[in-house]
Design a protein around this ligand. Sequence first.
Ligand SMILES: [Zn+2]
Length: 161
Amino acid sequence: MKKLLKEYRVELIALLVVLFGFFLLVEQLDIRVTVFRFISQAYNQIRAAGINIYSVVSNYAKAITLSDAIGWVIIIGASFFFFHRARYRFLLSIYIPDRTCPICGEAVRRVHRTSWDKFLQRVLFSKFLRYACRNEECRWSSIALSRHPGGKRPGTEKKRQ
Ligand SMILES: [Zn+2]
């Protein structure tokens, strides 16, 4: 049963959406009014909370002390360092120096990047390519770097595409 649910998950969700659509049609106006009211109430509450958050932040900014400021500088600095390390480790993990498949050793060819790849490029401030193994039985495909991530200066890597 669990396996069946997993296999037909998308179909089940689609079916539920269809049923919900029919329900909305049959139910006519009432439910739509209710949904609309719920959304507008939620929107008003978020707006009110947003104003509260703003006043909390501005009060905090007025009362900030030197030690607080130093604390924030340390936190932000450490976060940047952590991001830089994590990014470097990730880029190193996808480094394929001789453009061969890391699974079977066959030569790879360039393929189109997915939208997820492009998103990842922006997040990591890096440019990489997607490769696929030429071996039909292997079918390995991944984003990869053919140049060592430490080989470039950090300032030159921020070119986006
Ligand atoms: Zn391969």
